[in-house]
Each structure stands twice: as structure tokens, then as C-alpha cells.
Design a protein around this ligand. Structure first.
Ligand SMILES: [Zn+2]
Length: 222
């Protein structure tokens, strides 16, 4: 009798455990589904990014070699990509490229960048990647610089600018054997509030870097 009851009890207990495990399993799956759902809504999917690290369309309009915007000095080994914003709301990539080229005549300052990404996602190259551009202060000699246009004072980029920026940055990372950790802001070099939106919103900056990572992975997997 005792053995029999004990056996029964053991069996019952075993069944209870099974039910408990199933319940825990269902609960864990439900929680995971909700968490992943929320995560994909607030992160990458927000902009419907389907960007890889292939070479984007680049409109090459090199500046004239001149001391104010294209000194013609060779870069050292490239160790990073530096992101900027133009701080000139509404200006186009062409406006900024022409401004840089015009500095040889106006002589008002020294400024340029290797690339400018426009409001419609267009990309203009102003300085070859193997030459110094005047954008990132003491990092001009070992980085490639990208200026981004923006429609208003918040410094936020349009979806088109953002997409092109992710692809261009990811492509440059592959080209120079860099990772998303080597992508920095002008702010990280000098403390300047540039690019403003990515300085004001640290989460958006991290999201941008993760999107660069995803774009690189998408290309490496293929
Ligand atoms: Zn800057």
C-alpha cells in the first residue's frame, strides 16, 4: 500500500512538473514575442531600412586642389569614419560642395569633407578618400569625413539622407576594414555639437551604428 501510494504521488508530482514547465515555456515565449515585437518597432524597422554595404551611387565632383579645402595631402592609414552635419538647414549637397570649392576664392576659412550626403540621399564626393579633407580637426589625417544635409535646426536627417549615410558608412567600413565602433562623431573628436541630432540623442546615435553593423552583415552574409 505505502509503496503504491508513494508511486502514485511520485507520478502525480511528475505530471505537475511537466505542466509547470509547459506553462513557464509558454510564458517565456509570450514575453519574448512581445519584447522582440516592441524592439523591432522602435529600432531598425522604423525606417524600413533594407540597406547593405554595397557601393552607393556617388557623384564625384572633386574640389580644385587649393589650401582652403583640398590641400592635396595624402592621408595616413584610415582608422575611422567621422560623421558631421552641415549646420546650414535646407542647404543641398551641391550647395555645400560649391561652398567648399569657393573657399579658394573667398578664403574665409578652411573647410571641406570627403563626402556630402544631400537631403534626397544624393552623395557628392569632394575629396578622394586618400587625401586630407578639412573637417575633423586632429583626425583629418587618419579618417574619412561625411557631411550630412538636414532640413531644420533640430539637425535630424531625412529618411533618404539617413539611408544613404548608413550605406555609405557601411561601404567605407568594408573598404577600410573598420567596424561600427570606428564610426565616430565630430563631437567625439573635439566636443563640438556635431552632428547635432546624434549628440542630442545618444540612443539615435547608437541605433545608427547598429544599422551600419546590420548593413555590413547583410553584405558579408551574401
Ligand atoms: Zn562637424
Amino acid at each position: 500500500m505505502t509503496t503504491g501510494r508513494g508511486g502514485k504521488r511520485r507520478r502525480r508530482r511528475r505530471i505537475d512538473h511537466k505542466a509547470l514547465y509547459i506553462r513557464i515555456g509558454i510564458l517565456v515565449l509570450a514575453v519574448l514575442t512581445v519584447v522582440l515585437g516592441i524592439y523591432s518597432c522602435v529600432s531598425g524597422n522604423r525606417r524600413n531600412l533594407n540597406v547593405d554595404a554595397s557601393e552607393p551611387d556617388i557623384d564625384v565632383q572633386l574640389l580644385d586642389v587649393n589650401p582652403y579645402s583640398r590641400p592635396g595631402i595624402e592621408t595616413e592609414e584610415i582608422n575611422g569614419i567621422v560623421i558631421h552635419y552641415t549646420a546650414n538647414p535646407g542647404s543641398t549637397a551641391q550647395d555645400n560642395r560649391d561652398y567648399f570649392n569657393g573657399l579658394q576664392y573667398s578664403r574665409e576659412t578652411e573647410a571641406s569633407s570627403n563626402f556630402v550626403v544631400g537631403l534626397d540621399g544624393e552623395i557628392i564626393q569632394c575629396v578622394p578618400t586618400w587625401e586630407v579633407a578639412y573637417a575633423s580637426n586632429e583626425r583629418n589625417f587618419d579618417t574619412v569625413s561625411i557631411e550630412c544635409c538636414h532640413p531644420d535646426d533640430s539637425g535630424a536627417f531625412t529618411d533618404e539622407t539617413y539611408r544613404s549615410l548608413v550605406q555609405l558608412t557601411a561601404w567605407l567600413c568594408l573598404k577600410f576594414d573598420l567596424s561600427e565602433d570606428d564610426v565616430i562623431r565630430h563631437y567625439d573628436v573635439t566636443g563640438k555639437i556635431c552632428p547635432k541630432y546624434f549628440v542630442d540623442h545618444e540612443d539615435a546615435w547608437e541605433e545608427f551604428r547598429q544599422n551600419v553593423r546590420k548593413a555590413i552583415d547583410r553584405t558579408l552574409e551574401n
